[in-house]
Design a protein around this ligand. Sequence first.
Ligand code: SF4
Length: 610
Amino acid sequence: MQGYHGRFLEVDLNTKTTTDFPLSEDFCKDYIGGATMAAALVFDRVKAGTDPLAPENAMVMATGPFTGTSLPMVSRYAIGGLSPLTGFWGEATSGGVFPFRLKGAGWDGIIITGKAASPVYLYLNNGQAEIRDAGHLWGKDSYETQKLIKEERGNDKAGVACIGPAGENLIRYACVINDRGRAAGRCGFGALMGSKNLKAVVAAGNTRPESADAGKVSELAKQAVKDIKGNLVSVALSEYGTLMYMDMGMVLGDTPAKYFTSNVFPVSEVTGQALRQNYTVANYACRGCPIGCGRELKNFKPDLDIDGPEYETTVGFGPLCLNTDFDTIIEANHICNCHGIDTISAGVSVAYAFYLYEQGVLTKDQVGIELNWGDGRAVVALVEKIVGQEGIGVLLSKGVLAMARELGRDEGEAAQVKGLEMPMHEGRAFHGLAVSYATGPRGACHLKGPYYDVDLGNMVLEYMILPSDRLVSAGKGEPAAKFQSFKDLFDALTLCKFAPLQVPQLCDMLNALTGWNFGPEELLAAGDRSINIKRAVSNRFGLTRDHDILPKICLDALDEGTTAGVAPDMEVMLREYYQYRGWDWATGRPTRDKLVELGLNQVAEDFYPQ
Ligand code: SF4
């Protein structure tokens, strides 16, 4: 097989054994790689009723056919499994150098089950796998852990993906950190690693699969770099990072403020420009990326360089809490990175605490401090309470759905979908995004169907996904479903979502690497299959159509800003979406016919035994 090593590493931490799991070419064609392949492996292995933190839950780390090649923007990997935060299918991706090293270690990915008797880390190097003691690393933060492991291995180039103390303490939205501050942030995989006593996965080596047509790959890579450099959004990302969107987002009503009850905020104080003006900023690029959207702040404090913050983080600790103090946003972000928690879930949980305080539901006695909107020091204090598992921090560390339930509040007040906190784009500003959020394979996800891209002019002609009035719902369900499938493929291939590449280019790249003959139709079918296998995992754990909703707080029309008075019509879009997907309106499951059409025969057999 070309483009793949053709094998995963199976790691059983109960017995501390490792074995190779061979991949067939048909399996690779069906599930491509990354998060999609992870979902297929999880569907086969994880039985209904499994607790996400039980040793039986499988955690898959997977690369794709693009990872580790000369193509640009492809040093990415995905983690998949049952989410400790949501209890449904979960996935997270990250860039940096680690994904390049993971593929270079000699496997397409790893499947980890069981629980080690004491802390360990996994070391992979050019086809050799070892499980090593990590007792001396337990309790260390994510930066220190990466540094110590590299020193211990005598290899500064090794890739390290690790957890901080939050993962060890099973905080439900703990994340996995690599390359200093890059995060596979969402769905709580840091807790899953912690539950397995697995402190880190370390990858080294330079074992590469052969490409079917290396000359063509190189030609396509050169053209792609040209296209990326010539793209205006790429230029803006390079200049200001993801924060380049901040002021445009606010103008469009796409950037939420005051815990999703507003979209008006003095945004100029927390833009990419403001960051550049007030701090010493350097760019960070994932391996092989000509953009470099990552930020590093030099000497934030004496002798302390700090990562980020990204757009999502800045909004969560900034506008969402009405906080304009950039120092405190950066500080909150750094605490999250050190301890290893997802900044989106943390930001939304912190903002919910401010909201509840204003409503009189939380009091100063319960919180330990006053929570007045805009108080940046209070934002930092709450984040410290979360990672320190102190006082109110314990409740906030469970996420907003658990917070609403424990406090006896209406669940419509919890800004989440399927238990995953809302990201920092507004379904009210782009109705196609609202239906993408409601149906996202891991819950509220701005990366699977970022429909603002479409309505801002980035059409996908091959699938007739065309820009239209962003505040109209009718007619959005089908293109949103197709766009979700298309973007889902990026996490299978694996390719950065910011890569401004076209469908024919992606087909050519895949074919040149593998020798296959994918056209646009086969590519979309692979995306549809991907969404459905992930859906099947969640259906097995109780997901129904009732979960395909947006919470009231993110749906009710606002009375100010450029979206004032307009709310998405979810029923109209969901019916169109279900129609395209071939999902059953009563149960929320893919129909038998749809599963068979997509070649998901095992799922069809499980769901509809004959
Ligand atoms: S655009 Fe940013 S996230 Fe994407 S590959 Fe480049 S540096 Fe990494």
